[in-house]
Write a protein that binds this ligand. Structure first.
Ligand code: XMP
Ligand code: MG
Length: 181
């Protein structure tokens, strides 16, 4: 296990939440989802890239057959004055009247999740449910109901367990926080 400190580009990170603590919370959420959704035939939509590791660990603990797909938010320059628009891509199944569970790595301001939920609601699902591994409550400006939350963290920049700094660090099984912010 990489312990202590790691350096990514210009920043130093120190271990913040270790693997065993992470896995304890993943198991708790899996138990809640198994209890709540087993009879609702949910479809799980993991948001790439960040949610890949949380999604994988979570799905392995689902004890009923589930449908899984992954989506990505693609940025493109808007033609209007609104500037950058983020479009959810990769939806390849009918979500109408389905119980849709969005799997996210982190909710920070909530802007990203708000964008995702707005776009998904256009497919007329029966329900839109959110499971996020991390939440930074102090930073959240969009008060979106979060149905399942792994760990609430202070407003620090973190990497590991799917999260990156400039594309690096998603691979670590522990979570690291930046030193000095
Ligand atoms: P918002 O503000 O839209 O942010 O809720 C969600 C997206 O911002 C990224 N993000 C982070 N990535 N460490 C990261 O590696 C962090 O501490 C962090 N905070 C926000 C992330 O891509 C997320 O989907
Ligand atoms: Mg990122």
């Amino acid at each position: 296990m990489p312990s202590g400190r790691i350096k990514v580009h210009d920043k130093t990170f120190e271990i913040f939440i270790d693997e065993s603590e992470i896995q304890k919370e993943v198991a708790r959420i899996a138990g809640e989802i198994n209890r709540d959704l087993a009879d609702r035939d949910p479809v799980f939509l993991g948001i790439l890239n960040g949610a890949f590791m949380f999604a994988s660990d979570l799905f392995k603990q689902m004890d009923f057959p589930v449908q899984i797909s992954f989506l990505k938010l693609a940025s493109y320059a808007g033609t209007s004055s609104t500037g950058t628009v983020k479009q959810l891509i990769g939806i390849n199944m009918d979500l109408k009247d389905r119980v849709v569970v969005v799997i996210e790595d982190i909710v920070d301001t909530g802007v990203t999740l708000d964008t995702i939920l707005r776009q998904l609601s256009g497919y007329q699902p029966e329900a839109l449910i959110v499971a996020t591994f991390l939440h930074k409550p102090e930073a959240t400006i969009h008060k979106i109901p979060l149905d399942y939350v792994g760990i609430r963290i202070p407003n620090k920049f973190v990497i590991g367990y799917g999260l990156d700094y400039n594309g690096y660090g998603r691979n670590f099984k522990d979570l690291y926080a930046v030193v000095g912010d």
